[in-house]
Design a protein around this ligand. Structure first.
Ligand code: F3S
Length: 501
């Protein structure tokens, strides 16, 4: 088989429009399977075969040949060597085509012809079961769909533009009926291949859909080497926190998380569907009906903890043990004469939480410049800790600046090993590939850091939340692609990207 793209989907999803445009952009032959059925209609008519006589029709089509060729950019259909293009749109042709298309012999002859075409060239073919029956070995399978409402609206607009009267409710009812028939018909029912990429075009323009399919088709044709980081995805602390909330949803009474459990919209949305409410502020706590609050892996300050307890909430603490260790250091150091320096983002909830366990104010720094301007009295005992997700290299540079000031410095490298391993692996992969994909939530600090690290090694680094954000046309230029993901990225999202790329 040459290179083949199979496009299946319900009627009105725009399959043929899209397939023709992709074919043009990629120099593929668009196989119009509908035109082939019409070609059979013409053949039956010219041969004088009774379309209701299944045996006669089956016998007549058994040796038929068919070819689709392009002349000056226009598709021509040849049946037994005769160009029948001009007659394809005739009403009688359409009627005959639908009468004979239900015969298994017609179907199997056409499938054989379609496979022959795919064997002798690079094709894109659309229909109802191309990916499952006609071309199960196609390099790319797309299941193109759109909501019934969207398809009805598109059809309604089309008719209006042609000046034909149209009732949108009637069109929608027709589409629903047709969908049901297509899925349950005996001959070639509409089926999605297990390995098809589903593309819901309801909120997409034609150009966006073409871009998406073309990008995927180019990537599959190129067949780049893909390296998935072993450390991509949920870390131990996040896994534990997310599991804790899902376990708690099995209990009764109101359930809350203090802040979003992880920086990932799809997980937060799913938890919301399970009845979990996010409390963001002390005011939210005051107004909320009493119930259970799960503390996320970032942890919270002592004040928040006490407020929740005093207000009568049941607390389930899913603070990561690595963060709890920093809380302990913070408490101990700030109980004595020494100074605590926290290297991290002062606006990040983890750092806010750490500060909230200090018995006197700590100093938070994030940059080498801030480290430069740090001044304590001579001989001060300075303990340095880090936000768990801080960039190791930057942390070491900051530590060196502080050490050089001559204080009694005690360095506690509290960067989580999961973060360190993830960053090291991402850097190593990014240095060897043409393009790197970093998957994670917009608000996830460890994802942003991963992106920075990869971008330094590989200029073609893409930061995405889900597969839908990926610029596939650009990515298609790469011969090798690396994939990593932040600690709050669910496996399902990573797998979707991996599978599609
Ligand atoms: Fe904990 Fe490290 Fe994850 S600190 S939450 S295991 S990144």
């Amino acid at each position: 088989m040459g290179y083949a793209v199979a496009v299946d989907g319900p009627a009105g999803a725009g399959k043929s429009t899209i397939a023709k445009l992709v074919a043009k952009n990629m120099d593929l032959t668009y196989i119009d399977t509908g035109a082939m059925y019409r070609g059979i209609g013409i053949f039956i008519r010219d041969a004088g075969v009774d379309p209701d006589d299944e045996e006669a029709v089956s016998k007549a089509v058994s040796g038929i040949t068919m070819d689709i060729r392009y002349q000056d950019g226009v598709q021509h259909v040849f049946v037994d060597g005769r160009d029948v293009t001009e007659r394809l749109r005739e009403e009688e042709t359409g009627r005959l085509a639908s009468r004979v298309s239900r015969y298994p012999a017609v179907r199997s002859r056409l499938v054989a012809l379609q496979r022959q075409m795919a064997e002798s060239g690079n094709v894109i073919m659309d229909g109802r079961d191309i990916g499952t029956v006609v071309l199960p070995g196609a390099q790319l399978k797309i299941y193109l769909t759109a909501s019934v409402q969207t398809r009805a609206r598109r059809r309604w607009k089309e008719l209006l533009e042609k000046g034909e009267p149209a009732d949108i409710a009637e069109i929608q009812a027709d589409i629903e009926k047709r969908d049901n028939q297509d899925m349950h018909r005996e001959v070639s029912p509409l089926k999605k291949a297990d390995d098809a990429v589903v593309l819901d075009t309801s909120d997409m323009t034609i150009e966006q859909v073409v871009n998406r399919i073309e990008g995927l088709a180019r990537i599959r044709r190129k067949n780049p080497k893909v390296v998935l980081a072993q450390t991509a995805g949920f870390c131990f602390g996040v896994q534990r926190a997310v599991k804790t909330v899902y376990d708690e949803t099995k209990g009764s009474g109101p359930l809350y998380t203090y802040g979003e459990i992880i920086h990932n919209e799809s997980v937060v949305d799913d938890l919301q569907k399970h009845g979990v409410t996010v409390l963001d502020t002390p005011d939210d706590v005051r107004k909320a009906e009493k119930g259970t609050v799960v503390i996320r892996s970032h942890g919270v300050s002592k004040d928040v903890y006490d407020d929740l307890q005093n207000a009568g909430f049941r607390i389930v603490d899913a603070t990561c043990p690595f963060v709890l260790k920093i809380h302990q250091i913070a408490r101990e150091v700030t109980s004595g004469d020494g100074e605590l320096v926290i290297v991290g983002d002062r606006t990040h909830p983890e750092v806010e939480g750490i500060c909230g366990w200090c018995r006197k104010p700590a100093t938070v720094i994030d940059t080498k410049e801030e480290a430069d301007s740090l001044i304590f009295p001579e001989n001060t005992d300075v303990t340095i800790v880090s936000q768990t997700t801080f960039n190791l290299q930057k942390f070491e540079e900051i530590v060196e600046i502080i050490r050089a000031k001559g204080y009694n410095t005690n360095v506690c490298n509290t960067i989580c090993s999961a973060t360190e391993e993830r960053q090291t692996e991402a850097r190593r992969i990014a240095a060897t590939v043409d393009a790197m994909i970093v998957i994670g939530g917009k608000k996830s600090s460890n994802t942003r850091k991963l992106y920075e690290i990869c971008k330094r090694e590989c200029p073609e680094t893409y930061l995405i939340q889900t597969f839908a954000d990926l610029n596939l046309i650009s990515l298609a230029k790469a011969d090798s692609i690396g994939i990593t993901a932040g600690a709050s990225t669910p496996n399902t999202i990573i797998e979707e990207v991996l599978h599609n790329v």
